[in-house]
Ligand binder design. Structure first.
Ligand SMILES: C[S@@+](CC[C@H](N)C(=O)[O-])C[C@H]1O[C@@H](n2cnc3c(N)ncnc32)[C@H](O)[C@@H]1O
Length: 256
């Protein structure tokens, strides 16, 4: 299967989001996702860890003991390097997995974390059943995901973003996601809409790609790739302003 996060694409994303991050907001946004949770010494699973930035934040700043999974080997290799450079390699285990059921025993984790990765997993019902299964009773799921607004499929900006991109994804709305989580057995389900925040951030990102970052991006990408990405990111910023793209924080607890 072709890689979705080839090295060249990783380098581009790191230019806009910082080393180790394939999603926006950096350490601050990771902190917001887990706000109020005591993760000191907790066994935390990170689903779709990418190049490891969020896991390093959780291990370094929150004292979590991380198990990080992803489906592409080059991401895992980068994660290992980032964790070693950050001095937290002893607190982060990376594992390459196949898409599908989580390869862990029931109740193996105190918390399950994910940042902007669940969008890539099409069977949401099976996904949330699996997350619930690997959480211990009383354990917490805390994540962010790229959710859609109602009517996104009809938004020309959203359609253009999809047309110009190469990633495979399946989006749901916040209402659909909360319903699937409750059906799976989660309690205390909450969603926090981050659309207003990301409307501002994505507009700044699109402007930076079109202007100050252009030369740096062209050091890692060819011109055609750059131009397609610049246009796609502009469409993404517009879709966010329209409310079609709604980054959202998700929480839920496995009943005790
Ligand atoms: C947008 S990136 C986010 C990476 C990281 N969480 C971050 O915030 O920097 C999405 C990640 O999900 C991973 N992914 C896709 N399908 C997956 C699956 N079925 N299981 C686990 N990870 C998956 C991708 O390889 C990619 O690393």
């Amino acid at each position: 299967m072709a890689l979705q996060y080839a090295d060249e694409f990783i380098d581009r994303l790191h230019l806009i989001w910082g080393a180790g991050f394939l999603s926006p907001g950096g350490a601050q946004e990771v902190g917001a996702i887990v706000q109020g949770l005591d993760l000191e010494g907790a066994r935390v699973l990170d689903i779709g860890c990418g190049t490891g930035g969020p896991a390093v934040v959780l291990a370094r700043d929150k004292g979590a003991r991380m198990t990080c999974i992803d489906v592409e080997p080059q991401l895992i290799a980068r994660g290992h390097r980032l964790a070693a450079d950050a001095g937290v390699a002893d607190r982060i285990a990376f594992r390459l997995v196949e898409p599908g059921p989580l390869p862990f025993e029931a109740a193996a984790f105190d918390a399950v974390f994910s940042k902007d990765a669940l969008i890539h997993i099409p069977d949401k019902k099976a996904l949330y059943q699996e997350i619930l299964r690997v959480l211990r009773p009383g354990g917490v799921f805390a994540a962010s995901d790229w959710l859609s607004g109602a009517g996104a499929a009809e938004d020309p900006a959203f359609r253009r973003y999809v047309e110009l991109g190469h990633l495979t994804f399946t989006m749901a709305t916040a209402e659909e996601t909360a319903a699937i989580m409750r059906e799976a057995g989660f309690e205390a389900v909450t969603t926090v809409d981050r659309n207003a925040w990301y409307a501002e951030v994505s507009a700044r990102e699109a402007a930076a790609i079109a202007g100050p970052l252009r030369a740096q991006i062209l050091e890692v990408s060819d011109l055609a790739t750059y131009e397609r990405w610049r246009d796609g990111r502009k469409a993404l910023a517009e879709a966010t302003t329209h409310g079609s793209l709604r980054p959202t924080h998700l929480r839920g607890t496995r009943p005790s």
